[in-house]
Design a protein around this ligand. Structure first.
Ligand SMILES: NC(=O)c1ccc[n+]([C@@H]2O[C@H](COP(=O)([O-])OP(=O)(O)OC[C@H]3O[C@@H](n4cnc5c(N)ncnc54)[C@H](O)[C@@H]3O)[C@@H](O)[C@H]2O)c1
Length: 287
């Protein structure tokens, strides 16, 4: 059953979605198009974002697509100006673009860690800062940053991803406090999905010598529990209700609770889980 956002109208709002060419970003685009929003869809994957636009056509408002790499700061700043000029205003930004990576600290390269931080953290910073003046000027703004369950608890093999998603959470929660203190008309929501059936694991890379395809299969089989449509509905509902934090899936809610009751207990749980659901062989062993 499709749940209805209860608090605000999305109709006529200009909405920017990064990483709109696949998964949660695509499902968000379709959902928000159905609610009458004007969409600025972007992705580093130009074909993917075009395919999303085709699905949104005829559902509601205007749709514009752009190929954009969120790590390219100059391009992001220029994009924000273009979108403001094109639509006249910008109301909501969904910082959804992200990549996954698997590698233990012992094995991962500095370059790999930097790449994950560049996309998942600096991408969010670039887009948020580029659009913030426009969101404030709109008089009715909202920043929606997609962190992860792994922005709440840690998991072996996810140090780079964990660091990037914890950073997104810290940045986002602080931004919310600052918008409230400054009395700016911008709401802020941090999203923590559990396991969603998207291409994220299949698109992931892994430390040298690790079998990324095998890890992706294990993720898809054991951890990808929810549809991207369910994730999009939960996000839209949370945005409509002006929630500070949106948790997607029972596992995200349960592990968030465990992390708050016992931060060290949640670390032990992550270690135990990784023994049970082995995404990759332990260092020194072959696949
Ligand atoms: N799928 C899950 O289980 C899950 C769980 C927690 C958090 N997330 C987060 O949700 C968000 C969406 O992921 P998804 O699961 O839909 O994955 P996905 O791989 O299906 O979609 C991610 C999209 O981001 C785009 N992207 C990657 N790097 C980019 C860049 N530099 N610039 C612009 N676009 C870029 C990709 O091209 C892709 O279209 C990500 O931030 C991810 O970390 C996903």
């Amino acid at each position: 059953m499709t749940r209805k956002p209860h608090d605000v109208s999305f109709s006529g709002k200009t909405v920017v979605i990064t990483g709109a060419g696949s998964g949660i970003g695509r499902a968000l685009a379709v959902r928000l198009a159905g609610l009458g929003a004007d969409l600025a869809l972007c992705d580093v994957d130009g074909d993917g974002v075009e395919a999303t636009a085709v699905r949104c056509e005829g559902l509601g408002g205007r749709v514009r697509t752009d190929r954009l790499d969120v790590t390219e700061r100059r391009a992001v700043l220029a994009y924000a100006q273009e979108i403001r000029a094109h639509f006249g205003t910008v109301n909501q930004v969904y910082n959804n673009a992200g990549i996954a990576y698997y590698g233990e600290v012992e094995r991962e390269s500095f370059k790999d860690i930097e790449r994950v931080l560049d996309v998942n953290f600096w991408g969010v910073v670039n887009v948020t800062k580029a659009f913030l003046p426009h969101l404030i000027a709109s008089g009715d703004g909202h920043v929606v940053n997609v962190s992860s369950l792994f922005g709440l608890i840690t998991y072996p093999g996810q140090s780079a991803y964990n660091a990037s998603k914890f950073a997104v959470r810290g940045f986002t929660e602080c931004l919310r406090q600052e918008m409230l203190l400054a009395r700016h008309p911008v709401r802020v929501t941090c999203v923590h999905p559990g396991g969603i059936r998207t291409a994220v694991a299949r698109n992931a890379t892994a430390a040298e010598g690790m079998d990324a395809a095998r890890i992706a299969r294990a993720f898809d089989r054991r951890l990808a529990l929810h549809s991207p449509e369910m994730a999009a509905d939960t996000i839209v509902e949370g945005v409509a209700a002006h929630r500070a934090r949106v948790l997607i899936g029972a596992e995200a809610k349960a592990l968030d609770l465990l992390g708050r009751i016992s931060p060290t207990g949640s670390q032990r749980f992550g270690t135990w889980m990784s023994r049970l659901i082995r995404l990759a062989p332990r260092p020194g062993r072959t696949a």
